[in-house]
Write a protein that binds this ligand. Structure first.
Ligand SMILES: [Mg+2]
Length: 196
């Protein structure tokens, strides 16, 4: 009895855009409507992606200032089921969304992911400052800074066409998992859980 190893909860930081919310899918629809230009996700081949009307990131920032847009953002497939499977751990949210989107973002989270209580804001490239064992994020820039900050930390790169940018992520292959959908995220977390 007393020799049972104590189960260790992983602190899991989860990014919102590209991991829980299909932000790029939503913004591409707006670009089509407002600029008359049709793009698909595979066209968005880097984090700092520009289209003929402007820059994707500034477009997202502009749209997120509108609570109606933020509240209506669609989910990444499988995300609700995936997050529910993390109940043995300590999952929470970390996002680079600006403070002006925080209230609507928290309402959206409460509606779709009621078990995610804690909410941290961290600008892109600074998510490693949030105390956590694992970071799930769709940008290599965040994953590299995170795993680089401590050898015991693991990063799960949620793979989209824009996820791989010009980083040295390959140098951290023993700490990084590449997951194209939520099912494999959950598998990666089981793997990390067994290893620690
Ligand atoms: Mg993201």
């Amino acid at each position: 009895m007393g020799d049972m190893p104590e189960a260790r909860e992983l602190r899991i930081a989860i990014d919102i855009d590209g991991v829980l919310a299909d932000q790029v899918g939503a913004v591409l629809k707006v670009i089509e409507k407002e600029y008359g230009q049709k793009y698909c996700k595979s066209d968005v081949n880097q984090a700092h992606w520009s289209f003929a009307g402007g820059e994707l990131w500034s477009e997202i920032g502009r749209l997120l200032a509108d609570p109606e847009y933020t509240l209506s953002l669609p989910l990444i497939e499988g995300s609700q089921r995936g997050v529910k499977q993390l109940i043995d751990h300590e999952p929470f949210v970390v996002t680079a969304r600006r403070p002006n989107a925080e209230e609507a973002t928290k309402q959206w989270l409460n509606a779709h992911f009621p078990c995610l209580k804690d909410y941290y804001h961290a600008s892109t490239g600074t998510k490693h400052n949030i105390p956590s064992d694992v970071l799930i994020d769709d940008l290599d820039l965040n994953i590299v800074e995170f795993v680089k900050s401590h050898p015991d930390r693991h990063g799960i790169l949620f793979l989209h066409p824009w996820s791989i940018n010009d980083t040295d992520i390959e140098d951290y292959s023993n700490q990084v998992y590449y997951c194209p959908e939520w099912h494999s995220v959950v598998e990666a977390l089981d793997d990390i859980d067994r290893a620690v």
